[in-house]
Design a protein around this ligand. Sequence first.
Ligand code: ADP
Length: 542
Amino acid sequence: MKGLMQPTQLTLVHLFERAERYGRDKRIITATATAKVSTTYGAWAERTRLLGGVLDILKISKFGRVATLAWNSARHLELYFAAPCSNRVLHPLNFRLFPEQVTYIVNHAQDEVIFCDTSLWAILEPLMSTFTTVKHLVFMNDGKGEAPASVPGVQVHEYESLLQQAKAAEWNVTDENQAASMCYTSGTTGNPKGVVYSHRSTFLHTMAEMLADSLGVRESDTILPVVPMFHVNAWGLTHAATACGANLVMPGPDLSGKAIADHIVNEKVTVAAGVPTIWMAVLPELKGRDTSSLRAVVCGGAAVPKALSEAYREQIGLPILQAWGMTETSPISAVCTLNTAEQQLPVEEQAEIRTTVGRIVLGVDFRVVQPDTTTMVAWDGETSGELQCAGPWIASSYYNDSRSAESFTKDGWLRTGDVAVVDSVGRIRLVDRTKDLIKSGGEWISSVEIENELMSHPKVKEAAVVGVPHPKWSERPLACVVPKDGETITKEEIIAFLTPKLAKWQIPDDVVFIDQVPKTSVGKFSKKTLRDRFADYKLPSA
Ligand code: ADP
């Protein structure tokens, strides 16, 4: 017997119309390169419909890829909806990738048009001749840089004048399973891989972000997505904000700790989200300021050091809210909100729980399995295995990529490449990424665990641990440490600090002091770069 409910399609048009109807007076603030500008969802919705008309003027094909090379801004949000709601596919470009990777993803996605902030033109200009499918270049003046009058091989346009010529579009998306947007992974090994989100997956992921036990995004929020809009669609926060008419604060190009702290204080931000390195830089800038508006500092994308979360709790009264996800998972899939019983626990036990990524979000299923099996490891908090996911906003394959075979199991689950353990109540603790684990003798050493301890040292600003080759043990850990400004610290002090906290075989064989931990294109610690840098490092024990 079938249910007798209507087969309404879950599309972004519905999210857009919520903002248009109910969010009309709510604000979208953008910090451009030179000014702070404010608009409303009402004005934004009118412009977004016009932008739909612009895509028709440019004759962008059905499902044609509309690339953006832009900072987080209200205008970028216009593209976020105009492309999918007019049956095109949004493709935000990560402009911090290596140039040849940008070429790869533009050509692989077959982008027809690129909407480019003038301040980012310098990045795009040398690559234009490498693009094979781009026909139009639309410049968006963001207060810095200048648009050229012409560019060989493409038609050049100016965003605002195109809007003036366009007629408002009527949206008509009839299939919830059609593509809405695509993001590429940041490609730490090999070329980036394309993940294609559907209207349905985005709709459901948006609703999942509104669940009270996940991020609980709601109308009364003022949301600051520090995470770039090219990084897994700003973790879905701009969709969720639009759908419920929450105020948005778009940080533009200045992502310094001071600028982010200023937005939090001045705009009375309630929810802000970014990778750990962002929150490390912001905390000192919040000292002594009024942060009472904040209800969630969302952090994910890389291991969240316990010391960082605790420093937030101690300084501003709000620990970090850890979330886990990937480009392939839209991304939000696990969130570490504390349940009723956990909230009654002593502070130290709560802090320990916050070092996990929490429970899987309603709608997503997970399993942690031994290699090449489909059987869940024991939920004992100790037995590790590979974390795998399934669900309506989890990728089922990569876009036109033979590497899909490696990343999806025969029974259709996503292999995350993360090693995890599950405790007796189902909380997931990430041990490490498979490729960052240090294989020492027969044991695996979690680089994350050592980093967590290192970063709790009062004189340590940042630390990353990588495996370096060792003749006897195959690999041994090397600690790469950045002391806090004005502090000096010795190798002996660090080893003495770690000794009571870790098993003997986990203690790094050596400590090197570096100026900063290299970062990936999305601001995470780049352990690959460190591994390459120290590949020939001679450990004293070797
Ligand atoms: P990339 O793989 O290029 O870094 P993603 O942003 O998709 O791009 O990264 C997903 C990965 O980030 C996950 O597989 C996991 O290793 C890591 N990650 C995400 N959230 C967390 C978290 N809360 N703690 C530890 N690692 C995390």
